[in-house]
Each structure stands twice: as structure tokens, then as C-alpha cells.
Ligand binder design. Sequence first.
Ligand code: NAD
Length: 432
Amino acid sequence: MAKTRASAFHGGLSYVRPDPAGPWGTFLEQIERVTPHLGELADLAETLRRPKRTLIVDVPIEMDDGSVGHFEGFRVQHSLSRGPGKGGVRFHPGVTLEEVMALAGWMTVKNAAVNLPFGGAKGGVRLDPKKLSKKEIERVTRRYTSEIGGIIGPQQDIPAPDVNTDAQIMAWMMDTYAMNTGLANTGVVTGKPVNLGGSLGRAQATGRGVFVIGCDALRRLDMPLEGARIAVQGFGNVGACAAALFAEAGAKIVAVQDSRGAVANASGLNVAELLQHSRGGSGVAGFSGAETIDREAFWDVACDVLIPAALEGQLTAARAGRIAARLVLEGANGPTLPEADDTLAERGIIVVPDVICNAGGVTVSYFEWVQDFASYFWTEEEINGRLAQILRGALRHIWETAERRKVPLRTAAFIVACERVLTAHRERGLYP
Ligand code: NAD
């Protein structure tokens, strides 16, 4: 295959002006950092700076008051070299094309790092779910699914839940796709209710993956799990589930921050009670079993492990210089800025990157997709066992690569993943 000529400046796409501190800027910088390690495949790295397909759609719906509301929707297929696109759908007021492009790029890397037979994709709708009724959310979901319907499908691109989307939203997506195509293709989305072809264990899979990877990383660093002090940012699907599993295993959850506030308790929070409190609608703030602290003070809490499990760009260089943890487990996608990576490396703090640490969700999504094709379903025990086996194997390979190449775990994960993606790209050749 002919060499790709590098563009005038990396990421030179006319339709985005990447903010270096934004998510797509972060992704481009991560690609920049891995490229010198890719040998002759480095000539093909330009393809990683250019999403394969970018779809922007208008999502008009009838609001409950009879007016028409318009929402911006996106679906980005970053790479399809290794298989159909795979990645979640986010509903959030901060969703932008740039963000969805980065999240799709991270899915390409993640699916390859874990060796799942998928490319990378992501979707999102720019809306504030707190301001919409359930019926309005359903209408947005159905119209968005119809608008992106031409490029999704069990062999094309398979959406899943992400921030503010859940099994119910996946059920509406699956139903809309079935109504539009006339095909009962349950494998068009994953993270569906178990009753509709969903997989046991999927709802907890990302948090469980953070736990499995975290236990393995602690062991490799000779840090005891029993009594380990853990601070968690984000108390949603990923953060709350990881916190519960760590607490159950003997660690202490000493601080939790969410979008509304932060709480701390040096003796360890009762995670089940905190979850009940936060589901009351006020988030974690005001929980009686802990001290409510300033949101920014969360980054100064004495802890051994930090789990960012909220949004991207949270661990800035300044915060990286303050945190007490020795180990960072990235539950969120893209939580650490590249300058923060440098600060953490200088301080000897180990970061297990998102592309392996939060890969439990997409791994069980893969199991769900396989089960849907076979119409034969596995037990939760089988699912959790295979999940742990795949994640531990992927971490071992990445850890050994980091040691052999003397690079941080993020660079090692990108080396392993980008080699797989670019080898597939080279083997397929350039069409036509
Ligand atoms: P969620 O909507 O269930 O929860 C998000 C949590 O983050 C909430 O507690 C919210 O209050 C908090 N949060 C939002 N903005 C914040 C801010 N500025 N500061 C502090 N806290 C904030 O979402 P989730 O599914 O748990 O996803 C969290 C992260 O994990 C995202 O980066 C997502 O892309 C990533 N992720 C999710 C999955 C999955 O299966 N759900 C899989 C892989 C990665």
C-alpha cells in the first residue's frame, strides 16, 4: 500500500478547529505521541487523524407544550478497518462534533487494545436531559435513530449506552430501527434490557471492568486492596458500580464528587446508602454519612487510588500536580489531558488508561452482540468470567509492552491498538 502523505498540519480538517485542550485536540496529541513507536506503520497514521465518516443531523421533535424543538445529533465512525463501528450514544448539553469525534477515536483504540472485532464509533445529541420529559427524550431518541438509521446496523455500526443514556433508550433505538427496516435485528444496539436480547451483566460491566483492572494493577504495584483509600469522580453507571465493587472487596471509598457536589469520609463511605441518597435527585451533596466538601477540594483528598469516572478533560496539569493518589484508574473516556499525563509521569503516578480500564462495557457489549446473532444466551457467571479473562489478558499484554518499550501505559495501549488497526488497514489495501 502506498505511503500516505501527511497533511499540512495534523488534524487539518476543514470542518473542525480543534482546541488543543479539547477532546479532539487531546486525541490528536495522543496519536502524535504514539506515532514514533509505530515503525513502518507510522506512514499510515494519518488515517487515524481523519474520521472515516461524520454525520450531523437535525433532530426536530414535538415538545410537550406543542412547540417544535430542534436538537443537534451526531454519529461519527472513526474507523471501520477491523469490523463494524461500535460505541455509545451520549445525551448531554456539552455534546459537540469535536467531542464525538474524539470519543469515536478512543473507541477505535479501545476495541483494538482489547482485540474486539470492531472499529470505533460514537454518537451524541446535544440536549439537557434534566430539562426534557421522558416522552420528549423518547421522541428525540426515535427521531435521532431514524436520522442515523442509514449508517447503523448489526454489521455496520452498533450503538450502546453512554452518559445519560440507558437500557430504556437502547430499547427505543432497537424498536425504531426494527420499525423502519422491518427486521427484528436485536443486534443493532447493545446495552438493551435483558428481556429484549440484552446481556446479563451489561449494566454493571464498565464498573466491573474498572474493578477487575484496578485489582490487577494494585497487585502489580504491590499495593494492598484491603483498606486502599479510593476517591471517585462521577457517581453514575461507571463510578457507582466500581465504587460498590471496591468497597465490597475491602477498599475504602473516601471521597465522591458528582456534577452537583462532593462528599468525603476518611473512614470510608457507605456506598449503598450514598447511592440511595444520590438517586433522591440531589446528587451526592448533603449525604448524612459524610462531610460535604467544596467540589474543587475533592482533588486534594488523601487517597491511594483516584477513579475519574465523569467526563473528559477533568484531570488538568494543575490538578495532576495536587492529587495524592499513586494510581489513577480511568473510568471515564479521556479524563486526563496530555500535559497532566506528563505531570503524573514526573510524579511517578501510574495511570491505567481509559482504553483498557473502562473497556469492560464494550467487552460485554461484544458478548451481547454475539449472543444476539446466536439467539443463545449465557449465564451471568460465564459473562463475568469471560470479561475478567479478556481484560486481564489485555492488561498483561499492555503492561509488558510498557515495560519492554519503557513508555507509560497509555502509550503502550496505543502502540498495541494502533498496530492492530493500521495492520488491518494495510492488509485491506486502498479502495478502489
Ligand atoms: P452517567 O451519566 O451514568 O454518570 C455520569 C456521572 O458523572 C454522574 O454522577 C454525573 O453527576 C457526573 N458528572 C457529570 N459531569 C460532571 C462534572 N463536571 N464533574 C463531576 N462529575 C460530573 O455516565 P456513565 O455511563 O457512568 O459514564 C461516565 C464516563 O464513563 C463517561 O466518560 C463515559 O464516556 C465513560 N464510559 C461509560 C461506559 C458505559 O458503559 N456507561 C463505558 C465506557 C466509558
